[in-house]
Design a protein around this ligand. Sequence first.
Ligand code: PEP
Ligand code: MG
Length: 332
Amino acid sequence: DRQKLGRMRRLSSKLASGEKVLLQANLELPAELPLIAQSGAAGIGLLRTEFLFINSEELPDETTQFELYASLVEAMGADTTTIRVLDWGGEKPSEALERAGLSTLGETPNPALGLRGIRLLLKHPALLETQLAAILRASAVGPLQVLLPMVTVAEEITAARDIYERVARRLRRKGVALAETLPPFGAMIETPAAALTAGVLAHHADFLAIGTNDLTMYALAADRASADAASLYDARHPAVLRMIADVVNAALQHRTPVSLCGEIAGDPALAPLLVGLGLRSLSMTASAVPRVKQVIRSVRYEECVRLGRRVLAETDSRAIMKVLQEFGNAEV
Ligand code: PEP
Ligand code: MG
């Protein structure tokens, strides 16, 4: 079976009925890069840049960031790298941010509902400007996209985009090489507000990426890291799945590309359902790619759509699990 999975790397990622499904990898640390090559992932669907800010005493400067982004983009060749700007929420201490006076850790009763992700960056725009400048410089090396974390309202996208365009103009004036057209500028959908107004966000963003790890947490009011809430924390809850379906429909209506990059993207049992809800692009832990590809290659589009309809008709996670199990058993 391992050998079979090893061969998956070279096989195309298509449904049995022929439709292409893009499978990409999430990258949390540069050390995972060799795993991506082995997995057969078609690019990086989510580069989490937190490691640059958490594991150091100083804030990374533009050149340090540029060199790292450029090396990853280069390693991906013709495949796209989606770089998410800093999503710091105070859940992990960062000496660099604390020293720079940017950390609100210890002052906020509930960091997950405080100055997280894009909120922190817009409060301290210099942080965002430096990161965007480094990303824009890396765009001269190969295809990339920029992704904003923890978006709740459209104004966050427009405010960040203003900064993005201003930074690009400044770099061009200085004669710095950038991609000819600015890389796509997208928003993560990981709050219920963003999911329920995805149409508005799709209008302002060049692409959407559904982050089900946080979306599940905020939808079910169940901390993703809390043992007490673990039994509730389940992306198969109908509330979460309906939001995913709504986001995909809104994105399709606006012709805005949409992908999903939460942990569930790497669950082979959920892959046919996600396709059935309309997704054609999934980003996951690199090690999950071969197995998910195997499942993708074994199912037909119509079956996935039928599964999606059946699942959305259910009213609780347990019933949904049963439907998914039956589908899986019928497959093998
Ligand atoms: C998510 O929330 O689903 C996501 C992909 O982002 P992270 O896990 O980094 O919060
Ligand atoms: Mg998230």
